[in-house]
Ligand binder design. Sequence first.
Ligand code: NAD
Ligand code: DAU
Length: 349
Amino acid sequence: MKKILVTGGAGFIGSNFVRYLLKKEANIEIVNLDILAYAGSLENLKNLPDPERHYFIQGDICDAELVGRLMREYKIDTIVHFAAESHVDRSILGPVPFVHTNVMGTTTLLEAARQAWSQGQNGHFHHISTDEVFGTLSADDPAFNESTPYSPRSPYSASKVSSDHLVRAYFHTYDLPITITNCSNNYGAYQFPEKLIPLIILNAINGKALPIYGDGLQIRDWLHVEDHCEAIYLVLKDGEMGETYNVGGGNQPTNLVLVNEICSILDTLQPTAVPYSSLISHIRDRLGHDRRYAIDTSKIEKKLGWKPRYTIADGLEKTVQWYLDNMDWVEKILKKKNYQAWLDKNYQQ
Ligand code: NAD
Ligand code: DAU
């Protein structure tokens, strides 16, 4: 029976991964450590398959005593590390928590793993990172691959770069068995509505303006969260220690095209008198806004046989439908988390 510590497992990707793994593998138990910050919620962990193999602990990855105790008590042999401050706009308005959680938190976990696994027990530390570590691309640049030099441009991506470097340093210095995945923009069920796709869906169905930063011609590579979970699973099973794998969805619309696509899905699923696209509103650009990301996934395809299953059309339609079907989830999430205060702060012109 494998004992897996998932950090940040009450957040968007973490909760999808907990669900995915419990369903996929009968022979594992999950200890889920999450502080339940604004984007984390037990609402994301309802109706898990086989919930008796999942133990939720509310706590901080920066708490060395707690993390050390969990490693010993549960005899953890695998760590899948999602917990982070994850929103670029929040990092622009307040960088310090990003350094604290993403750098100190990751180091605390690495130390706990080093101590727990120093007696010869096999371990595996998998770190979830982002394509934003590579910086920004111009229209003609080739996609990011695993050798692209790091060039972060926001406090968020700079903190993720630091954590990636620390994870690699523990591999080279202490032989800690690590792997890293750098993935592109995830979307799907349970995403906190500060990120573009759920924000647009909710604003649209509430008849509110759909905020597009700048000209809206920025490009992201959209990856359905279930495809991401499968990639992480394959790295846990067959990934080579010390290696990094890039993960991306192969879908690269501009923000404007993507938002129009969401509007036309809503026009079909929940028609109104005027098309939803009439709500689109260009606002002041994000500071230091990265222009384009693109991911070369040939390594993980070749080495681990991974390929995304979702097209953007299928994934978006399923996601829009999920939000329409789960408005009770939306209400609970937004009530607790002081969401309106965030909107007022970020979108004031
Ligand atoms: P999220 O913000 O939805 O969830 C983060 C979770 O971490 C929350 O549940 C939160 O409560 C928890 N957390 C925060 N600080 C903590 C602390 N000190 N101790 C314990 N738990 C803490 O984020 P997400 O979108 O699910 O992202 C998960 C990971 O994936 C992050 O590391 C992020 O950098 C990375 N990532 C995300 C995307 C994306 O598109 N969402 C893409 C690439 C990489
Ligand atoms: O690339 C991976 C990264 O993707 C992850 O590491 C981050 O954790 C995740 O938050 C995401 O970062 P982005 O900044 O790319 O995602 P976001 O959804 O915030 O924005 C997507 C694009 O949409 C980006 O170009 C900014 C733009 N945008 C975003 C918001 C919230 C708008 O135009 N308007 C908005 O209101």
